[in-house]
Design a protein around this ligand. Structure first.
Ligand code: 8ID
Ligand code: ZN
Ligand code: ZN
Length: 349
């Protein structure tokens, strides 16, 4: 097997435009691996990156993508625990310093020197991606690379979000944006973790998908006349869910979540809408003992646990496959809110 010198990639050269073109293949440094990307999921974060939605500087030009699953084809001299031919995954956290007080406590997403795949470094919308060996996901050989790709961001993020929600087995969690990429997987992880998921999203097709995945109830935000009443009615004693996972790329549902979350419950903010703002009524937060927290991807251990649930067959969400060259049309569908679950790009044969 010979590594080519040229490859196909999707490159953001200016905000809002991604260009399918040939570029050189890079060689890995001493602590890096070169991964032949077979499949890469398309996360809404890639769309935020394309559009420059966030107050966070992005490199330009940049190759997007951070749900890349593939095969290791080259490695640097320092890399001892990954072999050529192993399956490996590119996730949002490309690297961190591994030495600061956050990294030492395995809070590496909080590292000041974290590099982000598809944002501050080139990501997985290319056939050969360089990655830091310390941070690549280890993917067991029995995994289907197309199906495991969305676990590398969507799966990992919702698994971690459910963990920090504090919901116990038997508890109820409302999943806002349940019909999207993160949401479909959140339903499955919630079930696998013994929680009862209530799905909230818009439209009949997303509703059917959520119920098929095991949601106890589907509430359609586009047709419900009172989401707060509907969510509460779907919970024991009408007291509301123990936690809410906010996965929508919109901040509108936050105000409702504050009203329907169960007293002593937790709102976990994960979706990052452009310019999003949340208003917390202090009185409610105090007398109803409501916690509001953010959750940002996960660490390397969370990654392996999320993959482990998948490898054991405990989480399974449908996905559609498109060609790498068709990324723009996937973004167009995403912008229109038309995607049920995830699109995964076929990057290499
Ligand atoms: O680490 C993190 N915090 C992290 C990791 C990965 C992704 C955060 N994210 C962020 C993304 O950047 C994005 O802002 O999570 C958000 C969701 O990502 P996604 O699941 O990849 O997006 P999607 O597939 O487009 O799904 C979003 C769903 O939200 C629904 C849409 O209909 C769609 O199905 N939605 C919207 I927009 N408004 C809604 C509302 N008012 C809503 N659902 C219910 N109520
Ligand atoms: Zn993502
Ligand atoms: Zn650090």
């Amino acid at each position: 097997f010979e590594i080519p010198t040229e490859q196909w990639a999707q490159v953001i050269e200016q905000t809002g435009v991604t260009t399918y073109k040939q570029i050189p293949v890079r060689q890995p440094g001493p602590d890096e691996v070169l991964i032949n990307i077979k499949y890469s999921g398309v996360c809404h974060t890639d769309l935020h990156a394309l559009n420059g939605d966030w107050p966070l500087e992005r490199k330009t030009p940049v190759i997007g993508g951070h749900e890349g699953a593939g095969v290791v084809v080259a490695k640097g001299d320092y890399v001892k625990d990954i072999e050529i031919g192993d399956y490996a995954g590119i996730k949002w956290l490309h690297s961190s310093c591994l030495a600061c007080s956050f990294c030492i406590q395995s809070l590496e997403p909080l590292c000041d020197h974290a590099e982000l795949s598809g944002y501050t470094v080139d990501g997985s919308f290319q056939q050969y991606a360089v990655a830091k060996a310390a941070h690549v996901a280890r993917i067991p050989k029995e995994c289907d690379l197309a199906a495991v790709a969305p676990i590398l961001c969507a799966g990992l993020t919702v698994y971690k979000g459910l963990r920090v929600s504090g919901v116990q087995p038997g508890g109820t969690v409302a999943i806002v944006g349940a019909g999207g990429g993160l949401g479909n997987l959140a339903i499955q992880y919630a079930k696998a973790m013994g929680m009862h998921p209530i799905a909230i999203d818009g439209g009949g097709e997303k509703g059917q998908a959520c119920l098929d995945l095991g949601a106890t109830t589907y509430i359609d935000f586009m047709s419900s006349s009172n989401i707060v009443t509907d969510v509460k009615a779907a919970t024991p004693e009408g007291r509301g869910p123990h936690a809410v996972l906010l996965l929508a790329a919109s901040d509108r549902p936050f105000q409702q979540a504050i009203q329907y979350v169960r007293s002593n419950g937790t709102i976990v903010c994960i979706g990052m809408p452009a310019g999003g703002n949340y208003q917390v009524p202090v009185f409610d937060a105090v007398v109803r003992c409501i916690s509001v927290k953010g959750s940002y991807v996960g660490n390397r251990q969370d990654t392996q646990e999320a993959i482990d649930f998948f490898a054991q067959g405990m989480v399974k969400a449908p996905f559609k496959i498109a060609e790498l060259k068709d990324l723009q049309s996937v973004f167009d569908m995403m912008k229109a809110g038309e995607i049920v679950g995830r699109y995964v790009l076929k990057v290499s044969d």
